[in-house]
Design a protein around this ligand. Structure first.
Ligand SMILES: Nc1ncnc2c1ncn2[C@@H]1O[C@H](COP(=O)(O)OP(=O)(O)OP(=O)(O)O)[C@@H](O)[C@H]1O
Length: 660
């Protein structure tokens, strides 16, 4: 946080610094105590305890030097009094672990984020602290809860506007009440979060993961997965959870959710759309059903006395029951073996025999039983099933009769020998019928408005407890997208509710007003997002003879230490890059950390989810006219700025923006 707020009462500031120093000392002593306990445990060779103690000591040592608390509450309950809220719990080992700093995720700390004039929750006063870069406590802002006007405090505003470089940072000190409700949502509940640009969806989803991991210790074992749309985005958000102390959460690009090693080949959008369509599930079901074999001869078990003979009809009946349950191939084999063995046992019992378990286990391993089970569920590989389906017109016709039409079948006929991105989810559908995929306790999916029905199913089948699904229907730019939150819910296959974040923290009022004019064109069903921050002068539009040259001159002349991003139509990227480098400017590409560069250059199709203090958008007309998603791409481009948006154009601006 910035350290230049109005100086607070000297004595009070000193008292707060003393408390911070006390907390630091408590943490240091806790660590020493843990190490001593580990040493003692080593003597009694209690290995599990030693590992646990050392891990906890290590966690303290790994603390990244961030201030131990960021807020304080005075409560009207004298038994509780004053509570400091921070990133982690700090107790005083000399006082029986008495709490010095309360972890932000505890129910008590929730009051720090939620207490308002309408519902003070027993909080008299909130205090937020400001720190210098070296973590020295430099200031504080007080907010008497009964007088709060619901606006942003100066410290929160300062935090949002603090220049940003490199990866996204956490918002733990300044989570807002509408966001906090989602962060603390129940683990059992899958939440679909609709929110306009800068409402904090990504931040909220990541903080929710940290909260759930704190609340449910077993979730560490079941695992948490974060899914993002591309490498640029995953790289950008990848530091938030580790900064919140959660280092084991897996982050993955959507395309690598299914099979990490495959690099997909491009394909036509209409083919990708069809392959992602929910009707393909029925096609795959038929293709798989066609793979199930039927027994033709009696099964004769000669290893028992007397011999047992089982007719093909009986075996088919046992198998049919299993096929109906949809149990994965691998498990169906085991179940069928069990059912067969049970059947044989009963037949022997009817003849007065009482076969032992060992004898029956031998029956299960006989060649005859194994061969029969393999006839019904032969070994298949997903690649083989899909290859046949897409390359053999008869197989495709049989599987898609009454589901797809001729034109659609022609679209599917395979051109490339390599797999496309959409194929990966078809393969995943098939794999799921063979064996269970990896599961996670909770999955966070960002930019979910872009996912196809099959992609949503791939996510849904990996969730054990629940998911947090984040998106903005106005930023939908894929032709295969499911299209609405109702459709997302259906394909995800998890009971869920839709919640809306309606306040933008990133984008100033003046900028959002212009971007919102695109809404009737791109998402007429959505109400406009409201911004919480005025920033007069934050929007500039300038007509210039040549956008790239004007851009280079503007950047070279701007001395402000801000992160700067330039969003261009993909086709203009190389030309703009050349002009910028010819002017001696160092240019980072979308994926790179722009800290050491003058500017980051982003093709508009990769701009989603990113943000910069100062954003230049070049030639909006070229973006809006770029295709069916042009309006949405422009909406995304215009909403990346935190402090300033400069639009440079040669052509007329799109009329819908209402600016000249
Ligand atoms: N409560 C908050 N305190 C401080 N900063 C915040 C808060 N909420 C959001 N922000 C900041 O606003 C910016 C936007 O947040 P985020 O990227 O999570 O929004 P988003 O809804 O995912 O946006 P988009 O749809 O454009 O991807 C981030 O820099 C985030 O840190």
């Amino acid at each position: 946080m910035s350290g230049d707020r109005a100086p607070a009462g000297r004595a009070e500031l000193e008292a707060e610094r003393d408390h911070l120093a006390y907390a630091v000392d408590c943490l240091r002593r806790s660590r020493t105590e843990l190490l001593e306990m580990a040493e003692r445990a080593m003597r009694t060779s209690d290995d599990e305890m030693v590992i646990w103690l050392l891990r906890r000591a290590q966690q303290i040592a790994e603390d990244d030097g961030l201030p131990l608390f960021f807020g304080r509450m005075e409560l009207d309950d004298p038994a509780v009094g004053t509570v400091y809220v921070g990133r982690r719990h700090v107790g005083d080992p000399a006082r029986d672990g008495e709490i010095v700093v309360t972890d932000w995720r505890t129910p008590l700390a929730a009051r720090f984020y939620r207490a308002s004039r309408a519902d003070p929750m027993g909080v008299l006063r909130k205090r937020r602290f400001g720190f210098a870069e070296d973590s020295t406590l430099t200031s504080f802002d007080d907010e008497p809860v009964r007088e709060a006007d619901g606006g942003l405090s100066a410290l929160v505003r300062g935090e949002i506007e603090r220049p940003r470089f490199g990866p996204m940072r956490d918002i733990v000190a300044t989570i807002q009440p509408d966001q906090d409700e989602i962060v603390r949502g129940d683990l059992a509940q899958t939440l679909l979060i609709q929110g306009g640009p800068g409402t904090g969806k990504t931040a909220v989803g990541l903080h929710r993961a940290a909260y759930l991991l704190f609340e449910h210790s077993t979730l560490h074992r079941r695992g948490v997965l974060v899914v993002g749309p591309n490498d640029v985005f995953v790289h950008y958000i990848g530091r938030v959870l580790p900064a919140l102390g959660e280092k084991d959460v897996r982050h993955v690009v959507l395309e690598r959710l299914t099979e990490p090693k495959r690099a997909p080949v491009p394909e036509a959008p209409e083919v990708a759309r069809l392959k992602g369509d929910a009707r393909m599930v029925a096609v795959i079901n038929r293709a798989m059903a066609a793979k199930v074999g039927a027994p033709t001869e009696d099964l004769v078990i000669r290893e028992t006395s007397p011999f047992v003979r089982v007719s093909p009809e009986t075996v088919a009946g046992l198998a049919a029951d299993l096929i109906g349950t949809g149990v994965p191939w691998d498990r169906a084999r085991t179940h069928l073996t069990d059912r067969l063995v049970d059947h044989i046992r009963r037949r022997l019992e009817l003849r007065g025999r009482a076969p032992s378990d060992t004898e029956m286990r031998r029956v299960a391993r006989t060649k005859g039983v194994r061969a029969l089970v393999a006839t019904i569920w032969p070994p298949v590989r997903p690649e083989q099933v899909l290859r046949e389906l897409l390359s053999d017109p008869d197989v495709l016709a049989a599987a898609s009769e009454g589901i797809l039409d001729e034109t659609e079948r022609a679209l599917l006929a395979r051109g490339s020998a390599k797999w496309s991105a959409a194929d990966l989810y078809l393969l995943d559908e098939i794999s799921a019928r063979l064996r269970e995929p990896d599961h996670y306790g909770h999955v966070v999916v960002d930019e979910a408005q872009d996912l196809s029905p099959l992609q949503l199913r791939a996510v849904g089948r990996r969730c054990v407890d629940s998911a947090t699904v984040l998106g903005d229907m106005a930023q939908r730019t894929t032709p295969w997208a499911a299209g609405s939150w109702d459709a997302v819910r259906e394909h995800l296959g998890l009971p869920s509710r839709v919640l809306t974040l309606s306040k933008s923290y990133r984008v100033p009022v003046e900028v959002l007003a212009v971007a919102n004019r695109l809404l009737p064109l791109i998402a007429p069903e959505l109400p406009p997002t409201r911004s919480v921050r005025h920033a007069p002068g934050s929007l500039t539009t300038t007509r210039v003879p040549d956008v790239a040259t004007a851009l280079a001159a503007a950047i070279a002349a701007d001395p402000t230490p801000e992160s700067t991003g330039v969003v261009v139509h993909d086709d203009q990227r190389s030309a703009v890059l050349k002009v910028l480098t010819d002017h001696g400017l160092s240019v980072a590409h979308a994926i790179e950390d722009g800290t050491a560069h003058d500017v980051t250059l982003i093709p508009v199709t990769l701009a989603k989810g990113l943000e910069f203090d100062h954003v230049y958008v070049l030639e909006p007309a070229a973006i809006i006219d770029s295709g069916p998603d042009g309006g949405r791409l422009l909406y995304i481009a215009l909403t990346r700025a935190v402090s300033r948006l400069t639009i440079l154009h040669t052509e007329d601006l799109p009329e819908v923006l209402g600016v000249r």
